[in-house]
Design a protein around this ligand. Structure first.
Ligand code: THU
Length: 126
């Protein structure tokens, strides 16, 4: 699956966003090393801290199905420009895909690719 297809899958997943508090929809599509994909959306909660981001939804779905190695994650949001992953999601990415890539789309529909290592330098690990 190429970067464009991952972005389109992330857009489909974004439609399931549950975001009545921020009205900001996010979708993600994770590509595993074995070629399978897992999608996710943000899921908000009236207790705001219980909100789960789209990226972590996708990663946790995959991990809970036994997957451990991920190559790329595409992320799209309902905002005007690139939707960069938040700090917590970058930390979760560093656990499972430190050599992986984050695929984003700008408002001209151009795809931008970032390395997880560049987005979270000096990541914490035990
Ligand atoms: N959000 C994500 O889903 N991913 C990110 O990396 C940034 C933020 C969601 C969380 C919340 O539902 C909404 O965007 C506004 O913060």
């Amino acid at each position: 699956m190429d970067n464009r297809q991952l972005i389109e899958k992330a857009k489909e997943a974004m439609e399931n966003s549950y975001s009545p508090y921020s009205n900001f929809k996010v979708g993600a599509c994770l590509l595993c090393k074995d070629g399978t994909i897992y999608t996710g959306c943000n899921i908000e909660n009236s207790s705001f801290g219980a909100t789960n981001c789209a990226e972590r939804t996708a990663i946790f779905k995959a991990v809970s199905e036994g997957k451990r190695e991920f190559l790329k994650i595409a992320v799209v949001g309902s905002g005007e420009d690139l939707t960069f992953p938040c700090g917590i999601c970058r930390q979760v990415m560093s656990e499972f895909m430190l050599d992986g890539e984050v695929i984003l789309e700008d408002n001209n529909r151009e795809i931008k690719v970032f390395k997880v290592r560049d987005l979270l330098p000096y990541a914490f690990s035990l």
